[in-house]
Design a protein around this ligand. Structure first.
Ligand code: SF4
Ligand code: SF4
Length: 138
């Protein structure tokens, strides 16, 4: 690979700060994704998402803040299927988690302990309540 190609792949100084934050929080290199689509092809939640998992990565690669407003990260079930299918070993669930963290930081927690109804508290498995608060509460 020539110097010019390396330079093209080094977006560090030009990318939006939140892109670096996603990479830091997730410990994933977004540019490692070459958009093969295997993650999206195996995702069980894809019909509920407004962006496909590979599109989440693509928009983040391009620094398009639309990805931070997407519902996809909230719909992601953290099932790890995409991670298992990715030929580049990208841990997409961690990218989704990083996007949720940034969204919560920007707009406050989406789910607070007080929002959980007494019925849910009494009937839902404690792990489900704790998991939901951890995922959506920031
Ligand atoms: S499977 Fe991996 S390399 Fe392929 S599009 Fe998804 S994240 Fe990118
Ligand atoms: S971890 Fe999320 S994005 Fe990946 S396959 Fe499961 S639901 Fe889809």
């Amino acid at each position: 690979m020539g110097d010019s190609a390396v330079h093209l792949l080094d977006l560090g100084s030009r990318q939006a700060p939140w892109v670096s934050e996603i990479e830091t929080l997730s410990e994933q290199k977004l540019l490692a994704c070459y958009q093969c689509g295997r993650c999206s092809a195996g995702c069980p939640m894809v019909n509920e998402m407004d962006l496909l998992p590979n599109q989440v990565i693509r928009l983040a690669q391009l620094g398009m803040a639309l990805v931070l407003e997407s519902q996809a990260a909230w719909v992601c079930a953290s099932c790890l299927t995409c991670h298992a299918r990715c030929p580049k070993g990208i841990d997409l669930p961690r990218v989704m988690e990083a996007i949720r963290i940034l969204a919560v930081r920007a707009g406050g927690a989406r789910l607070l302990a007080g929002d959980v109804s007494s019925r849910d508290l009494s009937q839902a498995p404690p792990m489900a309540v704790i998991g939901a608060l951890r995922k959506a509460g920031g």
